[in-house]
Design a protein around this ligand. Sequence first.
Ligand SMILES: [Zn+2]
Length: 471
Amino acid sequence: MNKKFYITTAIPYVNAAPHIGFALEMIQTDTLARYHRLLKEDVYFLTGSDENSLKNVQAAEEKKIPVAKLVKQNSDKFYQLKSVLNLSFNDFIRTTEERHTQGVQTFWKTCQKEDIYKKKYKGLYCIGCETFYTEKDLIDGRCPEHKTKPEIIEEENYFFRLSKYQSWLEKLITKDQLRIIPKIRKNEILAFIQRGLEDFSISRSVKRAHGWGIPVPDDNQQIIYVWFDALTNYITALDWQNNGSLFQKYWPADVHMIGKGISRFHTIYWPAMLKSVGVSLPKEVFIHGYITINGEKISKSLGNIIDPFEMVKKYGIDPIRYYLLKEIPAYNDGDFSELRFKEVYNADLANGLGNLVARVAKLCETANFKPKNLSNSNYTGLDKFLNEYRFDEALKFIWEKISEADHYLDDNKPWLLNGNELSKILQNLVQKVQEITNLLTPFLPETAEKILKQFQGPKIKAENPLFPRIK
Ligand SMILES: [Zn+2]
């Protein structure tokens, strides 16, 4: 039986259409899914939409449309990223679906009895984050993520006994039984755990939730906290609630791909919740950074949201995939600017890859050359980068091969040769292009397919440039 590989993205709030920051996570995840499929693993790639958030209710109220309508509209836009960004996900779960609702309620009921209790609570709540903050978490009295003042909220809620899991979590993460990549994030999480974990509220009054969300089992006055609900998507989508075959086959997750703003939920709450219900834990959590736009945080109020739909229309899918994977450092924040995008496009895609492919194809066409015994499906060298989620380094490694091939071409001057000498050089060049193309497949699938077609036919012909230069 082939090795299985289960990979997930976070499920975004659908209070607005997707922006380029989420495109990054989707493309990173898609690249890994494609890579593991090339290794003949049995891959399951899950994404979806988080629809039970209070933010969705507020967005719908602003637009004066029913919440269900708003979440459907925006969820559809996230789903469309599949074709827009050429994503290969296997399933897309909406948390308003019946399968999820049922799963969450089963999850709640399966938690150890002593882990869920009711208490009166007063706290500072950021709706943007859907989380309570303590005074010490705030910066100048404001949410560190949203820079807004949290609301003071007092009500009786259900709580999850997270404090019970403190030393267990500390050991789990220290020993990499739950591996957090990169290390800097692992250390942040460990420091957070060591400051002491408090029980967290896992329900809201129906009134505060505006009646939207999944009801607490056997209590129609309370709605399940949106994070407690959303996190379980990773198993409800596999039909855990019925011990379904997908769950048996694919769980535990090999990796959850997430952004740094939600690392606590995934590396502290989620493992503790799973432990409580007796489900095995995910193996790894990869935490990517944020994208800034021209050096500024992406925000609606700054009006600097970059629409992935428009970018793809303008420049094509693979140039966007390339920029996000290569120019955004895998372990850090990175910047997107259209100026830099054009520079990178011209240097690496039009000149680097595109130019090499065009030169080799033209030489083969002129010489009427037919390559033989091409090596297929060799992905050697990518493992050490992709096992560590170094998408940027992996692409640098491939681009070194492109420049080596360029040098080989320039040094051997095949245009001055003929006969066996020419054939030998062309055979080597075609092999190099083939190797580069294989390595590129998980990153730039459409481009790789085009190049393979061009070089696999009975006759190699010059074609239109893969990446016409942008002025
Ligand atoms: Zn916030």
